[in-house]
Design a protein around this ligand. Sequence first.
Ligand code: HEM
Length: 495
Amino acid sequence: MKSEAMQYPTATNTFTFLFFSFTVLFSFFSFLVFLFRMKPWCNCHTCRAYLTLTWTKQFNNLADWYTHLLRKSPTATIHMHVLGNIITADPNNVEYILKTRFDNYPKGKQFSTLLGDLLGRGIFNVDGEAWRFQRKMASLELGSVAIRSYALEVVTKEIRSRLFNIFNQNDGVLDLQDIFRRFSFDNICIFSFGLDPGCLEPSLPVSDLAVAFDDASKLSAERAMMASPIIWKMKRLLNIGSEKKLKEAVKVVNDLAEEMIKQRREMGHSTSKDLLSRFMSSVNDDKDLRDIVVNFLLAGRDTVAAALTCFFLLLSKNPQVESLIREELDRVMEPAQDVARFDQLCDMHYLNAAVHESMRLYPPVQFDSKFALQDDVLPDGTFVRKGTRVTYHPYAMGRMERIWGSDCLEFKPERWLRDGVFVPKCPFKYPVFQAGPRVCLGRELALVEMKSAVAASVRRFDIRVVNTGSEPRFMPGLTATVRGGMPVQVSERRQ
Ligand code: HEM
């Protein structure tokens, strides 16, 4: 016999039943909309190769396959129908998207919801007025000479007290990628919060913030790889699996950020030089402060580490470039000097050229997407339907003969020099730091950090990548991370 509760459902049971029915129906409807927009039934040659993964037989990385397709395309633009994504390597299209019709190509809701739990309403994750306001404020802060010399002060200390020790104490193989990730995380945390997580300090325990931040950015990026956003949204609603882990990681980041903000308020922030203290004079809301600083952590951490890691891969393969860098260091620095000063870094044209050249071949952000607000036509004639994702691809662009000439695959710092002086290239041909109104705000800081680390390391050590024979395989994610790390052997040079 049925129990009374089963014969007469309670109000709670009815609510649960209605809630789940609504969720299932809503998800099904959203999935149909998704199918319709993405056209996963497209049977063209490229889409079939994508869906059946046949491209993996010939290429190590998706970026290499896209490069191959873009080089073959007469317009240097391709349309991945199954992904609803137009990908371009044409500098005119890039200028049009990033500058001429900037207002028609925002980051869009699709992007901001993926990273929203971690980045909140920070500069990286918003469009329109919210972006304009933060951009203005952040440009003022980051453009100052004082912040640049503070950044160099932070980096110099990290090199002297930690990077040299790690290189000195080893007697085997080191993972250079891991070392530079720790190095850049320490730097960006001290620079942004005034907090030293000590990631590169072997005697300190693993930093909670570093682990939580890694997890949160990885799990947020993985949302983009799911067949449909409905999947992660359902998991988040039910607080299960990867979404539960993401929520926990974001909580650790938030708790630490709140604690830092509280401490700064108690200590008084007017004498501190970090970004948080600087922003505190103009931003009162603690949530806004948290968002601003966490966005800087994401922007400045993995990018610099990725750039440094691939730089040393190219240097190992091109010893003649290393010799020319050393000649320049000997010319500009004093004989017993370990880390270069700011004015000396400005005089190192060959080093600057080598750093730019390595990011041409291995840009830390390999591709970047916007979403069209209205129907449009790109300069090469490609029609863009409203809502379509439009991607520019710095990795492919660095490997286009049409842009860099027939020696485009060679590592040649000389292409950036005229009479020994560094000459920048058009940013729409080299959008490694993006270009136009939303160009990277940390470009100068990143270059100071990279050049300092390279100059100090190359002057004192021989750093050799163990296996230079094979091309790197990258992991899917926001920045270029080499699968399996970058094993190197390090030895101190005899002077
Ligand atoms: C080699 C190192 C770096 C590279 C290659 C790089 C590249 C980029 C790119 C491609 C973007 C555009 C991303 C997008 O809109 O989706 C960007 C934006 C940004 N970057 Fe960098 N970045 C680097 C280092 C840094 C550093 C060290 C900082 C901070 C100290 C920083 C701060 C920012 C900020 C705040 C934005 C957002 C700008 C805006 O939306 O208006 N970046 N960067």
